[in-house]
Ligand binder design. Structure first.
Ligand code: ADP
Ligand code: ZN
Ligand code: ZN
Length: 843
């Protein structure tokens, strides 16, 4: 193989294809598919990834340049991951380089650095032979100094040189121009490995023992060191620092021993282990309940056949899903295959990590965003070098560099955080399924409230995307009941003169817990803060007549707008339904609730957990630990308090206003509300004490609230699917959100309109365009353009089009093609078009 195709890290659409490079002989053993390489590109050196190898190139070989360097001993990407990047490019309309980079820790995003070295004298001669008149001597004192500096060091980075001679940049330039100095570029990783000095025997153990017997008496200290090293032989290499303190000698003594040739002092890598020093109580597999056993054996059967398969594990909170994951991972490891466990970022608490580390110890790597980039890099290398065979991590752990993957588990599969909001805008569920199908691995999607997409796919098994097999666990593993849930009608409270944010029943319940010294979790859903308008007398919420989603309040223009279709009305002064004046924008902050709590329950100890109190590293854990240690009576927070927490003394869960999520301008609002309420209700009474849940609501008749209170997922799904079908939303169609942005509004409006009409025309020509109303198996419709929910961001105006489509057509590539053609014709580099396939965030 003489030629490598390389995807180069140049962020431009014209370079989004592999380029050919020659493989020089000296690099031949190192260049593989997935290698990271430094290559010349234009007049620069860039980082790139080898995506394939070929015996020759179609391009004239005189015109292709050689690869300059290979950046890692072992390729950071496997051929499987390279294939996956091609799929991602098509699936999410992103660049391949973006897909490749999203698979690696940021520490590997190397940058070219410029180095200066003495020019090769032969090159200089050649310069003069060609008739260029060079002065080959330094001409000034400055030049002399610079030259001496470089000569002494052999090579220096340009940055270093500029720092040493801040006044001499003209001299450096002149020396480069006259061929006395030469510049070259080299890719440097952002981060270095951490090393420490370590000791290793340079002779065999027998020779060392022999030497001890005849050691010169005057070198007693050196003898002590050698004796210690011989004694500790099974643990070699030893850290120098440790030897110095244990034996009580100086570094000089150790060096003397090394000079005699008995030992070597070397640099040894140390790994930053974020969980170092923490003890994880080892746990044994539990005897499974009969419900668990059924699920377990079905999945094991598939795993043993080493066939790809996707399971949707629908199990109520506390049904013992995690124990099943652990035992299936065990089986996977026994097959000498590896396992990926995906957990939503927010649920990746020490409690969760503990359960996996407790069962599999050091074989577990952990990856989440709260690690420093150095720690992330080290955890990644632990996987890459085969020292870990299980990874527990957030979204991006789906790219863990395993080579014989057997299992991918996605816990809480309905969580929106599995969708990445930056490019590449991938969904970890889809990537997981794709990756597992390449590897012949099993996927388990677990949830108490599966996403409608997954559940629908499992029930109908007719989705072209994926067809999971449904497994159900309707009871709790410990046999305790799901908590009692009470819905409190806040309209009634207002009618009876209670203007507080706490209803009387919730107030009483809190008082009772404080007396009994039991704990309380209080959820406030702050998303959608102050954006929708609601009547406090009757619960009326202004909705779009076309789209059946809540209208968003715009303070500046004092009107209400639909973010899907652009419909707008004046904000009402009185409720259009009941005439009440208690109609206003809605939302309460956690801080206000905290103040109110202090007023109503003097002396109550509250821990507030929201984005403001958890920015600091480790603060999330610290707050939870305080709560567990009963340093507080009440945990108050946003979504964060709803996920995966397990506190035995929590017997009361309160939800301040269930509706605040319900009225977001998002067709998934009801689904998200149901999921959140079910999750948070699952926090109560998980152990011996029975739990109680109070949901305060202004729309208590809403099906998502009623079904959540009855822990009734199936009824919720039935009702919700009816709505989705009638209004043509997923899972009955798919969506592509196209956002266009530019500094100039008139230009943007014109371009956005062109985009929509071009797309319609092109789709129509292919016979795709049409309303989804017809029962057509194939249809594509374009809504908009309308101003985006955030109409102006960083001085750029934003407009969006929503594509709804159904069928086997390639709508993504059409959306991308039209965008690229438009960009070519507008020829304005400031125009940005972003494509979000299967968007989760519609606000
Ligand atoms: P889920 O992940 O479905 O919410 P967990 O796996 O956290 O459920 O299990 C809930 C509780 O039941 C945990 O305390 C767990 O230790 C316990 N548990 C699970 N399976 C068993 C079992 N087979 N025998 C005894 N206890 C179990
Ligand atoms: Zn609308
Ligand atoms: Zn009203």
């Amino acid at each position: 193989m003489d030629v490598a195709k390389v995807i180069v890290d140049v962020p431009s659409k014209d370079t989004d294809r592999p380029f050919d490079y020659l493989i020089p002989d000296r690099l031949r053993p190192w260049v593989e598919v997935g290698s990271r390489v430094g290559v010349p590109f234009g007049n620069r050196t860039m980082q790139g990834y080898v995506v394939s190898l070929h015996p020759r190139s179609d391009i004239d070989s005189a015109r292709i340049k050689p690869i300059q360097s290979v950046l890692d001993f072992a390729p950071p990407l496997s051929p499987d991951l390279v294939d996956l990047s091609v799929w991602m490019k098509e699936r999410y309309a992103c660049r391949q380089i973006t897909a490749l980079q999203s698979m690696l820790p940021t520490a590997l995003k190397g940058k070219a650095e410029r180095y200066i070295t003495l020019a090769d004298p032969s090159e200089r001669e050649q310069g003069s032979r060609e008739g260029v008149l060079f002065s080959v001597q330094p001409e000034t004192e400055g030049e002399q100094n610079v030259l001496a500096f470089v000569r002494q060091r052999g090579e220096v980075s340009l940055e270093q040189l500029n720092r040493a001679f801040p006044e001499e940049s003209a001299s450096v330039k002149a020396l480069l121009a006259r061929g006395l100095l030469r510049e070259y570029q080299q890719i440097k990783d952002k981060l270095s490995k951490k090393t420490m000095k370590a000791l290793e025997l340079a002779v065999s153990l027998e020779e060392a023992q022999e030497a001890l017997n005849n050691f010169p008496a005057k070198a007693q200290r050196q003898k002590d060191v050698l004796a210690y090293i011989v004694e500790m032989e099974p643990f070699l290499p030893l850290s120098l620092k440790e030897v110095l303190t244990t034996v009580g000698v100086t570094a000089g003594t150790v060096k003397g021993l090394a000079d005699k040739g008995y030992i070597v002092i070397e640099d040894m890598e140390v790994f930053r282990d974020p969980y170092k020093g923490r003890n994880f109580e080892p746990t044994e597999p539990l005897a499974l309940t009969s419900e668990q056993k059924q699920v377990y054996s079905r999945i094991i059967h598939q795993l043993d056949e080493r066939n790809h398969g996707v399971f949707l594990l629908h199990g109520v909170t506390g049904s013992g899903k995690t124990e099943i994951y652990l035992q299936i991972i065990q089986r996977c490891l026994e097959q000498e295959r590896e396992a990926v466990v995906l957990v939503p970022e927010i649920a990746l608490t020490p409690q969760m990590v503990e359960r996996f580390k407790g069962r599999f110890g050091d074989r577990v790597a952990v990856m989440h965003s709260r690690l420093s980039s150095g720690e992330r890099y080290d955890e990644w290398r632990k996987i890459h070098e085969g020292r870990a065979s299980v990874v527990v991590g957030a979204r991006s752990a789906v790219f863990a560099p395993f080579t014989s993957l057997g299992l991918i588990i996605m816990d809480e599969e309905h969580e929106t955080s599995y969708k990445q909001e930056e490019t590449p805008k991938y969904h970890a569920r889809d990537v997981a399924i794709r990756r597992a199908s390449q590897a012949g691995a099993v996927v388990i999607l677990g949830s108490a409230t599966p996403s409608l997409e997954s559940y629908h796919a499992a029930r109908s098994r007719s989705s072209s995307e994926f067809e999971p097999e449904l497994l159900e666990m309707p009871s709790r593993a410990l046999g305790n009941r799901l908590p009692e849930v009470r819905i409190i009608d806040m309209r009634e409270e207002l009618k009876e003169g209670n203007r507080s944010m706490f209803s009387r029943p919730l107030h009483e319940a809190i008082t009772a817990r404080l007396e009994r010294k039991e704990q309380i979790v209080l959820l406030l859903n702050r998303r959608g803060y102050s954006t929708f308008v609601m009547c406090r007398s009757c619960g009326y919420v202004a909705q779009c007549p076309e789209c059946d989603i809540s209208l968003t309040y715009h303070q500046k223009s004092n009107n209400l707008r639909c973010h899907y279709c652009g419909y707008a009305v004046q904000a009402p002064e009185v409720c259009p339904d009941c005439g009440s004046e208690h109609i206003r924008y809605f939302g309460t902050g956690t801080q206000r609730v905290e103040e109110e709590l202090a007023k109503l329950f003097p002396g109550i100890r509250v821990i507030r957990m929201d984005v403001d109190t958890t920015t600091e590293k480790g603060s999330h854990e610290k707050l939870l630990k305080q709560f567990r240690d009963k340093k507080a009576d009440l945990l108050l927070g946003t979504q964060m308090v709803a996920k995966g927490l397990d506190f035995p003394d929590v017997t009361l869960v309160g939800v301040i206003t269930a509706d605040s999520a319900l009225n977001l301008p998002d067709f998934r609002a009801a689904e998200k509300t149901f999921q959140l309420l079910t999750q948070v209700a699952g926090r109560a009474g998980r152990h011996h004490l029975p739990g109680e849940v109070f949901i305060q609501s202004y729309t208590p008749e809403h099906y998502s609230i009623i079904h959540a209170s009855g822990h009734d997922y199936l009824s919720f799904v039935k009702d919700e699917l009816k709505h989705r079908k009638a209004l043509h939303y997923p899972p009955y169609c798919r969506l592509i959100l196209v956002t266009l942005s530019h500094e100039q509004l008139p230009l943007l409006v014109r371009v956005a309109e062109n985009y929509a009409s071009d797309l319609k025309r092109r789709a129509d020509r292919r016979g795709w365009f049409g309303s989804l109303d017809r029962f057509a198996a194939e249809a594509l419709d374009v809504l908009g353009p309308v101003a985006s929910p955030i109409p102006r961001l960083k001085n750029r105006y934003r407009f969006q089009c929503m594509i709804k489509w159904r069928g086997d057509m390639d709508a993504v590539s059409l959306a991308r093609q039209v965008a690229e053609e438009l960009q070519d014709s507008v020829r304005d580099t400031k125009l940005q078009i972003s494509i979000d396939v299967d968007p989760q965030m519609l606000m």
